[in-house]
Design a binder for this molecule. Sequence first.
Ligand SMILES: NC(=O)c1ccc[n+]([C@@H]2O[C@H](COP(=O)([O-])OP(=O)(O)OC[C@H]3O[C@@H](n4cnc5c(N)ncnc54)[C@H](OP(=O)(O)O)[C@@H]3O)[C@@H](O)[C@H]2O)c1
Length: 279
Amino acid sequence: MSITTTDLKVGFVGFGTIASAIATGFGIHDGSKSVSFSHFHVSQRSAAKSQALLAQFGASKVTVAESSDNQVILDSSDLIFLCVLPEQLETVLSQLTFDPDRHTLVSLVSTSKIDQLIASSKLPASRVHKMICLPSVATHDGTCLLVPPSPPLNSILEVLGGCVQCETEDIMTKLMIPACLMGPYYAILKNNRDWLVKMGVPVEDASYFVGRTYLGIAKDAEAKCRDPKGFDDLIEEQTPGGINEQSIKNLEKLGIFGAYDKAMDGILERLTGKGSGEC
Ligand SMILES: NC(=O)c1ccc[n+]([C@@H]2O[C@H](COP(=O)([O-])OP(=O)(O)OC[C@H]3O[C@@H](n4cnc5c(N)ncnc54)[C@H](OP(=O)(O)O)[C@@H]3O)[C@@H](O)[C@H]2O)c1
């Protein structure tokens, strides 16, 4: 049986930060989307999180495994999310028997490789996936990366906020790079705030105004992000001869965008283990 988007029985092996975020996101999906979850089976591990899911959604939706044997989760689920730490992966997989006619495996383990997951699970390649997301999927504000593509899984993961299906693990690695620029984004906000304070603006006003202004800017960008030319259009919309247009030119002249390219090269080098990532 292949995976369907109705009456899904979902199992979580390992129930820490990321598993609990995914299960919560699935649990609170508004039902207007064309996916229905019939039940969640979760590890008793990380008891505070598994018990919190049970308390939130009730026993009709959630079962917390009574034993530490992860096989019971597989035996009652179709779609299995593997959410243990990298060092636990091999041992946990070696103790599981997957049903090639029933199970689809999605590994959240950051270091896992598709070939290794296929070999260990003995599932057909079409039923083995790797996924990356952040805990913000709990509130449907995350965007999942999935490899290899799967239209039914994509529909299920869209419930969490969005999903990009990657043709290869290499593409998935490259798509992780913008998430590694979260720190620099906050550093830009801090830089703007500090400059304003230096110019005499009260710090509370500077901090509040910078945060809210960039939020509005990000919302406009998000509204356009399904259009491959959306960001170009937003740049094009800047008043000709205006200050924003000049700011782009000034930053170009100062090498800021080239520096971003180099920083992204560095992140890729580090993610692929080809170097320290230092520019
Ligand atoms: N956190 C994130 O934002 C994030 C994002 C993307 C991907 N990931 C990946 O997701 C995986 C989990 O990360 P996490 O942050 O959720 O870690 P975590 O909070 O430490 O969760 C790991 C879970 O695995 C459980 N566990 C350990 N040994 C087990 C076993 N033998 N059988 C069943 N469960 C077992 C732990 O239970 P106990 O607590 O009882 O030991 C815990 O529930 C990692 O591989 C990480 O790379 C995490």
